[in-house]
Design a protein around this ligand. Sequence first.
Ligand code: GRF
Length: 206
Amino acid sequence: MRMCRFGVLVSGSGTNLQSILDDWQNGQLGAGEVAVVVSNRPRAAALERARQAGVPTAVISHRRFVDRASFELALVDKLRQQAVDWVVLAGFMRVLTPTFLRAFPGRVVNIHPGLLPAFPGLDAQTQAFDYGVKIAGCTVHLVDEGTDTGPILGQAVVEVYEDDDVERLKKRILEQEHRLYPRILRAISEGRVELEGRRARIIARE
Ligand code: GRF
């Protein structure tokens, strides 16, 4: 099977990146491989995780560009240099516009720490907790021009306990993220994701 080259965009700690790297190194990422990790922040801990795994890294700081479009075109250039097939957002804290998305049509995926379509945007876990929901979770979705509005590829649920606090809830959601994201990326790499309108179907492995 042809390999599927993932380019991972990060800004922060990179625990989701780590779960992807771990699955890849354990032979659990199917036909997926991590081709490059790109950060917009030079000090992102995620960069060190990539280096430890022997993955090429790049820093492209949004501050060095006069506008969003030139920043995004620099990202596209770097990803193309590494022949990336799919772009994986893993805690990447910049909004991507059509300038970027056009370069990878239908091939940008994100993880959101909430059960979409509820609580899009920043700090979804706190939004959910403060709203008083009884179940929370995370969502892997395709990226379109809206904020967290693209077709949903997978979700995982966690219960909110009576005596919970936001920090504990965040931790349990993050544990689910680490299981969900590599599983969906594996399905993508093996061509097991089918879209009908905005309904995505993951075909089971043989
Ligand atoms: C995660 O909560 C993810 O859902 C969100 O950003 C956070 C990234 O965490 N998009 P990490 O950098 O993977 O540890």
